[in-house]
Structure formats: C-alpha cells, structure tokens
Write a protein that binds this ligand. Structure first.
Ligand code: NAP
Ligand code: HSE
Length: 424
C-alpha cells in the first residue's frame, strides 16, 4: 500500500480523497498497489468538510512521518507552499501538486531540489485535460511551433455568460467562485495571471524556456464591457482570454490577453468552464485538446493520474519537463513585447462633434495603422458623447500603443481607450 498525505483539503483536496475511495478498485488495478490517503492537512479544523479521513492543522506531522510516501500539495500560494514542498522533498517524499502559481515561480528550483524524486503536476494546467502528458510524452518527437489556448475556466465562464446573457463580469464572478472554479484570490483569474502561470509551465515543456510571469505580456478581462460584446456580435466574433506561445527563429513569444476570435474558429465555440488548447508540432501539425478546466472532480482526476503514474513507476523519477539532457536555455530568447504583431480593436469614449472621427483616423494613419471597421453608438445616459468602436489591420504593438497615447491626449476623448487584440 502507498501512503499519501494531502496538504490542503479544500475544493480539489476533498475531491481527490473521495475519488480515491470511490474508484479504489480500478485505481489499484492501474497503479499496481492500493493508494491510500492517510492524513489531510487544513488551516481551520472546525470547518465542515465532506471527507472521511484524519485531519490535522500541523503540516510537520505529515512532513516528518516516515511512513508517508507521497505528499499532494493542494494548499495554493507561492512562497509558503514552496517551503512545504521543499521540506517534503528533503524528507524523501514524492510530490504531486496542482499549484501553477508555485510552478510559475519555482519550477526550476523544484526540479533541482527533486534529485531522484518524481514531481507530478498534471492538474496545474487546464484542470482535467491531460495536457502535460500529451505535450511531454505524446508530442516529444516534435518541435513545438505554437501553443494557443483557453486556459482559465473562470474567465471563460464569465465571458460566455457576458456574451450569452448580456451581464457584466462582476456579476458572474461570484457564481464562478461559488462553483469552485476561481482561485482563492480571483484577481489571479480575471487579471490573466493564472492563465500566464499555466502558459509558462507548458512553455518549459515545449521550449525548455525559463521565464517568470513578470517577463511576459499579461492582460485580463476586467475592462471588457457590453460595448465590446456588442461590437463582437456585430462583426461575427467571440471574446476569449487566450494564452499564446509561438516560436520563430530563435525567439519565443509568450502572452496572455483577451482576443476577438471569428465565430467560425473551433476555439470560439469553447464555452463555460471548458478549456481548449491547440498545439502545433512541426511533424504532427495541429492537435487540439478540450475538457473541463476547473472544478474539484475534474482537477482531482488529473491529480490522481499523477499518483497512479508515480506508483506504477515505483517512484522512479521521470524528467520534470521531459528533457533528459537539458536544452541550452540561452538558445531561445523571449520576444520583446513591443515587437508582437496583431490586428486590434479600440473602444473610445468621445465628445460627439464634427471632426472627431477625422482626428482619430489621422492619428492612426500617422502611426501607419490601417483601419478595418468603425462603429459609432451614442453613450447611454449621456447625450453629449459617443462610443467609437474601431478595428485595425495588423500592426506592431509599439505602433498601437503610440497611437493610443496620442488619442488619449485629444481634448475630445473622455476616458481611457480600451484595446483588445484580434486573432490572426
Ligand atoms: P481551496 O478550496 O481554497 O483549498 C485550499 C486548502 O488548503 C484548504 O483546505 C485550506 O485549509 C488549506 N490551506 C491553505 N493554507 C494552508 C496552510 N498554511 N496550512 C494548512 N492548510 C492550508 O483551493 P482549491 O480550489 O482546492 O485549490 C487548491 C490548489 O489547486 C491551488 O493551488 C489551485 O490553484 C489549484 N487548482 C485548483 C483548481 C480548481 O478548480 N479549484 C483547478 C486546478 C488547480 P482550510 O480549508 O482550513 O481553509
Ligand atoms: N482558477 C482556475 C481556472 C482553476 O478558473 O481555470 C483551474 O486551474
């Protein structure tokens, strides 16, 4: 029997414990041994929980217990969980974690500390979709050309509701939290950081590249409103928060931001808490993965797959990011954010008077940006103003940023200009 301790018996932890009990026979048959959770660690012992195991609020009780083979870290956070996982490794325990924030900052530290111990992290990206295994093992023959995906269930749930039910994002966020999709601090979700953490993990497997969240372009969905949704509907788009990694020459582009995507594309049809990731390999071409990106049981399914893999392999280590021999990290560089190319959509609140459109068009033209479509609508409750919605052809990020700065300096502009990139 393999003894497991779970640190963090919340949404995911409770599901892991219950599924291991409910599906114990098939899991034992697949792993070759019974996997038993012998203890769970929580912060608040008085909280009501739907589990039937011994609980403690003393992490050291499990870290110092020599009979425990595998520690499953489901407490979340970065520095505190790093100390816990580090100590567990020092005490010769294999690790399973769903914690993408921890991995975004400390994945290479953990790889070093692990020595011969396995660290499983299938649940850290895209909840129930076995994307880590697919990328690390299934696509190992390929150079990865691009990764593009919906990797945050909370944002996709919110954007789908905004699109289908004409509600504002704050009203739906509460629902996503109640369903157990959101992070303890939901700004990680709506700010794009959670999707960025996942992208960085996938990029380590795809490219062997070490980057931190601060190094890449991250924008969230907080500024998206019903004007943007209306524009999207008018011109046949959906709005999705996408995480994108692309390799060309010796650079890798990594970015997370909302994107207007034509409704005819498959990824535009991915709704609710579902995630979907497209990975293009140089041999295989495009492959696509779809499934629930958040929620207790879906995430637990991925956590347990790591437990099974570790037990099946007799706790033998497999390379954390799939590289037996390290790739030369210096070969690849992160692309400069200014050089990213895209088509853009702009939302501008203006005073409604002659010449405004011409002023904006002149600024865009002076920055060598070509306009694709324009839509004007009156601002509700304000007879003096108008909202101008405009899309452009492809240009560089630095061109659009410069143009936005100039537009915001115009006397006729009443608010910050909102920008969304348009999928190519
Ligand atoms: P959660 O419901 O907030 O549960 C966190 C658990 O950790 C709680 O039981 C909490 O104890 C415990 N905990 C926190 N700090 C602790 C400490 N210092 N000492 C002991 N216990 C501590 O979170 P969750 O949704 O299950 O997420 C867990 C991890 O999985 C996170 O890293 C998250 O990013 C990741 N994840 C979640 C999902 C999802 O859909 N929810 C999907 C993929 C990955 P109390 O209950 O006593 O407060
Ligand atoms: N908060 C995350 C999401 C959980 O909404 O996708 C899954 O990683």
């Amino acid at each position: 029997m393999i003894k497991v301790a779970i640190i963090g018996v919340g949404t995911v932890g409770q599901s892991v414990i219950n599924i291991l009990q409910k599906n114990s026979k098939i899991i034992k048959a697949r792993a070759g041994k019974e996997i038993k959770v012998v203890k769970g660690v929580v912060k608040n012992l008085t909280k009501k929980r739907n589990v039937n195991i011994e609980l403690t609020d003393n992490i050291d009780e499990v870290l110092n217990d020599k009979s425990i083979d595998i520690v499953v870290e489901l407490m979340g956070g970065v520095e505190e969980s790093f100390v816990v996982v580090k100590k567990a490794l020092e005490n010769n325990k294999a690790i399973v974690t769903a914690n993408k924030a921890l991995l975004a900052y400390h994945r290479y530290d953990l790889q070093k500390l692990a020595n011969d111990l396995p660290i499983g992290y299938e649940a850290s990206v895209a909840g129930g979709i076995p994307i880590i295994n697919a990328l690390k093992v299934g696509l190992s023959a390929n150079h990865i050309v691009a990764i593009k995906g919906i990797m945050n269930g909370t944002c996709n749930y919110i954007l789908t509701k905004m699109m289908n039910e004409n509600v504002e994002y704050k009203d739906v966020l509460k629902e996503a939290q109640e369903l157990g999709y959101a992070e303890a601090d939901p700004t990680f979700d709506v700010g794009g950081f959670d999707a960025a953490h996942k992208l960085l993990i996938l990029s380590s497997i795809a490219y062997g590249i070490d980057a931190k969240p601060e190094d890449i372009l991250i924008e969230g969905i907080e500024d998206i409103n019903q004007d943007d949704i209306e524009f999207a509907k008018e011109f046949g788009y959906s709005i999705k928060l996408l995480a994108i990694a692309k390799k060309y020459d010796n650079v890798v582009e990594q970015r997370v931001h909302p994107v207007l995507i034509k409704n005819t594309k498959m990824i535009a049809k991915v709704d609710g808490v579902m995630n979907s990731i497209s990975i293009i390999g140089d041999c295989v071409g495009e492959t696509m993965y779809y499934g629930p990106g958040a929620g207790g049981d879906a995430t637990a399914s991925a956590v347990i797959s790591d437990l099974v893999a570790i037990v099946r392999a007799g706790r033998r280590k497999s390379p954390m990011f799939g590289f037996k021999n390290p790739v030369k990290l210096t070969d690849l560089k992160l692309v400069n954010k200014d050089e990213i190319e895209s088509a853009y959509y702009l939302r501008m609140k203006t005073i409604d008077k002659p010449g405004v459109l011409a002023k904006i068009a002149t600024i865009l033209g002076n920055n060598n940006i070509s306009i694709d479509a324009f839509l004007q609508k009156p601002i509700l409750h304000d007879k003096q103003g108008a909202t101008l919605l405009c899309s452009t052809h492809i240009c560089k990020e630095k061109q659009i940023i410069a143009a936005i700065k100039e537009i915001e300096n115009l006397q006729v502009i009443k608010d910050k200009v909102s920008m969304i990139r348009i999928d190519d």
